[in-house]
Design a protein around this ligand. Structure first.
Ligand code: HEC
Length: 179
C-alpha cells in the first residue's frame, strides 16, 4: 500500500518522473542540435540568392551603376526612416544641413542642385557605401570610421529618398518654420 502511494506521488511530479531510467526524451538523440558546433563555411564562389552584387571597388566604380530598387512610395518611406537614423545627425532632419553640427563638420545640404542634379544615383550609393572625405562609410567596415550598418538594398532606399523625397520634405519644413 505504501509503495503504491509513492509511485502514484512520483508520477504526479514530472521532474521526478522524467528522471526514471526508462524515461526517454525525443530531444536526446544522436544528432546535431541548433546552434551546436561550428558553422560551416559557405562553399567557394557561392552567391546569396536574395542579395545584390556588392563587389564594387570604390566610390568611383559605383558612379554609373544602375539603381536596382524602384523608387516606390514604400522604398522612399523606408529611405526616409533610415535617413533620419543614420544621416540626419550631420545633414539635418530634412537633409538641408540644418543640424547643429552641419556647419561645424561641413556636412553639406543634400537638397541643392549639386546633389540633386550633378550626382548620379550610383555615386550617392557609393558615398553611403564607402563614405566620403569626412563622412563615414555605411557599407564597408573600413578603418575606424567604417561600418556595414546598412545592407545593399537599404542603401538604395536611402538613395531613393534622397532623389524622390528629400527635396519635398526640406521645402515643407522651411514653410512650416517660416509660419
Ligand atoms: C558624421 C557626419 C555625417 C553623417 C552621419 C553622414 N554624412 Fe554625408 N557628409 C558628411 C560630410 C562632412 C560631408 C562633406 C564632406 C565629405 O564629402 O566628406 C558629407 C557629404 C555627403 C554627400 C556628398 C558627397 C559628394 O560627392 O560631395 C552625400 C550625398 C552625403 N553626405 C549623404 C549622406 C547620407 C545619405 C548619409 C546617411 C546614410 C550621410 N551622408 C551621413 C557628414 C556626414
Amino acid at each position: 500500500m505504501k509503495i503504491k502511494s509513492v509511485i502514484v506521488a512520483s508520477m504526479m511530479m514530472p521532474a521526478v518522473a522524467m528522471a526514471w531510467p526508462w524515461s526517454t526524451d525525443m530531444m536526446n538523440q544522436p544528432n546535431i542540435k541548433p546552434q551546436e558546433g561550428a558553422m560551416l563555411d559557405f562553399p567557394e564562389r557561392s552567391i546569396p540568392i536574395a542579395g545584390m552584387p556588392t563587389q564594387i571597388a570604390d566610390r568611383e566604380a559605383s558612379r554609373n551603376i544602375k539603381n536596382p530598387v524602384q523608387a516606390t512610395a514604400e522604398s522612399v518611406n523606408t529611405g526616409r526612416t533610415l535617413f533620419k537614423i543614420y544621416c540626419a545627425a550631420c545633414h539635418g532632419q530634412t537633409g538641408a544641413a540644418e543640424s547643429p553640427v552641419s556647419s561645424k563638420i561641413g556636412a553639406i545640404a543634400l537638397n541643392d542642385d549639386y546633389v540633386q542634379d550633378s550626382l548620379t544615383e550610383g555615386w550617392l550609393w557609393g558615398t553611403i557605401t564607402f563614405g566620403s572625405y569626412v563622412m563615414p562609410a555605411y557599407g564597408v567596415p573600413q578603418g575606424k570610421r567604417g561600418s556595414n550598418d546598412l545592407t545593399v538594398e537599404e542603401r538604395w532606399h536611402v538613395v531613393n529618398y534622397m532623389k524622390h523625397g528629400l527635396v519635398k520634405d526640406a521645402a515643407a519644413a522651411t514653410k512650416t518654420a517660416a509660419k
